[in-house]
Design a protein around this ligand. Structure first.
Ligand code: SIN
Ligand code: MN
Length: 266
């Protein structure tokens, strides 16, 4: 998939691109089913909310076949390689549950702010690409972006180790207010299978999910191979150490898995 000039311009100006229904209903359903299996695992990589429900499953591409395939899917890799200008490796992979009723807030932050401070990633030559596994609506805790905030470089932040079950470098309310007064605040929503590409410098957050509908989203954080992290302070399943370029699989790698499973079940 090639991005259009209009899409590239939107990425440059606003820091994100929304691509509706890149994955089919069947592909999204497969991933959703696999996410439920992953959330039920008692593994260190599955971080839970204070209430006990799954919050985020790190590195699921290393212990689940469907997510392994998604991590090398050409519909994700190609646009990212186009924007970052070359081969990429997986810095982080997570499946975020934002569970019905219990899915907790992600405070305002920039991902590169975290990767730079915690992992010594040299440059913001890295970005996120996410795939919606549920319909994401205004009601179930969508991502919130401040358009244009990626142009400001790394913004001052404090280390929040208290408000949620996962530590993050977060921005002050004063800073967020100042940025949003300038850029506004948007919540890209859409059906399962849709995709969001966003700059690692884009200021973002998400509210708690009080609705009865879950909101699972997979995030691949991809980094240019030359820009790999220099510090290994965090667990390797949070900040990966394999800096080899990812080779894209075939476009039908997920439907192949569905067909294989159907045959095995016969
Ligand atoms: C993130 O910012 O990394 C995750 C936010 C979310 O899943 O809502
Ligand atoms: Mn983030």
């Amino acid at each position: 998939m090639n991005l259009s000039n209009e899409q590239l311009k939107q990425f440059e100006d606003e820091g994100y691109i929304f691509l509706p229904e890149v994955f089919s209903k069947i592909e999204a359903e497969l991933l959703k089913k696999e996410s439920e299996k992953v959330y039920s695992l008692k593994r260190k990589e599955v971080v839970r909310e204070l209430s006990g429900v799954a919050r985020t499953a790190f590195a699921a591409h290393t212990y689940n076949e469907a997510f392994k395939r998604l991590g090398a899917h050409p519909r994700l890799l190609n646009p990212v390689k186009e924007i970052l200008g070359g081969d990429v490796y997986m810095h982080q992979f997570k499946v975020n549950a934002k569970a019905a009723f219990d899915g907790d807030v992600w405070q305002w932050h920039q991902d590169f702010g975290v990767w730079h401070r915690d992992d010594q990633m040299p440059e913001p030559r890295a970005m996120n690409i996410s795939v919606f596994l549920d319909d994401v609506t205004a009601a179930n805790g969508p991502l919130l972006f401040i358009p244009g905030s990626h142009k400001l470089g790394v913004v001052e932040a404090g280390h929040d180790t208290e408000t949620t079950s996962y530590p993050l470098w977060t921005l002050s309310r004063e800073k967020v207010t100042e940025l949003a007064n300038r850029g506004g605040c948007v919540a890209p929503t859409g059906p399962a299978g849709s995709m969001l590409l966003f700059s690692s410098l884009l200021v973002h957050a998400s509210p708690p999910n009080i609705s009865p509908f879950g909101r699972s989203i997979v995030y691949l954080s991809l980094c240019h191979v030359e820009n790999h992290i220099r510090a290994f302070k965090r667990e390797e399943w949070i900040a990966h150490r394999n800096f080899e370029p990812i080779n894209a699989l075939d476009d039908n790698c997920l439907t192949d898995l569905i067909n294989k499973n159907l045959t095995a079940a016969e």
